[in-house]
Design a binder for this molecule. Structure first.
Ligand SMILES: O=P(O)(O)OC[C@H]1O[C@H](OP(=O)(O)OP(=O)(O)O)[C@H](O)[C@@H]1O
Ligand SMILES: O=c1cc[nH]c(=O)[nH]1
Length: 218
């Protein structure tokens, strides 16, 4: 029996229309403008990385009776679908997919721009299943930490693994990925952008350097 919590009320990602929570300054000045992005993975490289990741996931948990692949919005959800499809190609049977909205579990909810609350859907009980969390980028680790909290409210998986397309370093919490598509050495003033056909109309990974917006005139 599928489990569903919440519904998406409006588009999941709308940078221009982001709403803010709390009273703190909503955005760091250096995030306001960006230099042109440099492409570090194209669509073919991303496809190959996902196939590699699928093999690794299956190798790590080859004897598990129940695997559930769970995407973290926004782009973790289409990535989870792609990963599950690659796993199905290898294994020849259906791989159940879920999606997990972590917004209310974030420890930085008051500091971060929020997007609309998305749905949480599981293909069935997660108890005793191995859950493969899927996200596009692993950075501070706070999204994954929130995902682990959110999962606790749904059930008690036998194990939780983490698969990310890009690990860009700069962790703030003791979290690591089990399966990584590509490790990117990045500076803290850079931003990794994952774009996928399903959400962005183009598939690629870029790095851009964030530039400090000029101070306002006195
Ligand atoms: O390790 P972290 O520091 O948590 O960063 C990684 C998260 O940041 C991005 O999500 P974001 O919150 O920007 O939302 P989006 O997926 O909707 O773009 C990305 O998709 C990861 O989920
Ligand atoms: O560079 C980053 C950092 C966090 N989340 C992203 O999507 N990219």
């Amino acid at each position: 029996m599928p489990i569903q919590i919440g519904t998406r009320a409006e588009p999941a990602h709308d940078d221009d229309a982001r709403r803010w929570v709390g009273t703190e300054e909503p955005v760091a000045a250096e995030e306001r403008t960006e230099a042109p992005p440099r492409v570090v993975m194209d669509a073919d490289e991303i496809s190959r990385a996902i196939i590699r990741m699928a093999h690794q996931v299956l190798e790590n948990d080859h004897d598990v009776p129940r695997l559930i692949v769970v995407g973290l919005p926004t782009r973790g959800v289409p990535l989870a679908r792609r990963l599950a499809a690659a796993m199905e190609d290898i294994e020849g049977h259906t791989v159940p997919i879920g999606e997990l909205d972590v917004t209310f579990y974030r420890d930085d909810l008051r500091r971060q721009p929020t997007r609309s609350i998305g749905p949480t859907r599981m293909p069935g009980p997660i108890d005793d299943a191995v859950v493969i969390l899927v996200d596009d980028v692993l950075y501070s680790g706070r999204t994954v930490s929130a995902a682990l909290e959110a999962l606790k409210d749904i059930g008690r998986p036998r194990a939780v693994r983490l698969a990310v397309l890009v690990d860009r370093g700069h962790r703030e919490l003791p979290i690591r990925a089990d399966v990584v598509g590509k490790e990117l050495a990045t500076a803290s003033d850079e931003r990794v952008g994952v774009q996928l056909e399903e959400t962005d109309g183009v598939t690629r990974v870029t790095i851009s350097r964030l530039r400090r917006a000029p101070d306002p005139l006195p």
